[in-house]
Design a protein around this ligand. Sequence first.
Ligand code: PXL
Length: 281
Amino acid sequence: MNSVNLLPLTPPGQTPVRVLTIAGSDSGGGAGIQADLRTFAMLGVHGCVAVVAVTVQNSVGVKAFHEVPVPIIAGQIEAVTSDIGILAAKTGMLASAEIIETVAATWRAQGLDGTPLVVDPVCASMHGDPLLHHSALDSLRNTLFPLATLVTPNLDEVRLLVDVDVVDEASQRDAARALHALGPRWVLVKGGHLRGAAESPDLLYDGTDFHQFSAPRIDTGHDHGAGDTLAAATTCALAHGYSVPEAVAFAKGWVTECLRAAYPLGQGHGPVNALFRLQGR
Ligand code: PXL
């Protein structure tokens, strides 16, 4: 067994910690809701789902996507939060401005302001295929970010959101400051795409202090769903009452092990493997 810590488990027969993912479906099973649910399950957390879009996707790319009507999206969030109750949530692919506005309005209407919300501002797949209409960036920045406990952009998303080109630690700090000014409590600028770095340096910022998180860069062509998995594990840890720096540290360890165990799938990019513990790793 590797050294990754697990979250506390609920005794059999008792109601476990519940979380919600508001995201898109990946028909290839690598990213999106499918990735979130694997991490939730492996961390002993009950995962609820609000599907916002269905992608037509395999290991090579995203061919198309279909958006779920917004009353059905709001209905899923209301149904889950009014009955089952959630201790944290995350958003992934949100596709459009209308969906973002709906998610934000429903979040507020359900009185969830005190519930930790991780916003992973998914804009494109790793193949470069769009998962968010660019006209929706303003809604992301102005409507959803102010509700977020934590936003977790990668470097491409940073460029789209605040027009900062992160090339080193100084520009990573500039990006964190610009993103924090949009209203989230915390910002995690993920450095995994920093070219040439031997480490994968992530920078966490709350408007006052910077926290660095580093992990060895895992050289794999199979990292589909890595961002989703990091945000999902962070959400689980927040649901367990971890502080944001503790939750990010936990999630970084989790995704590193998922990357170590990643596997090939189809002709393109395989997924990170959140099931590594089932293989005795
Ligand atoms: O990894 C980001 C992501 C999130 N959600 C869906 C995706 C992807 C990447 O392809 O397809 C549905």
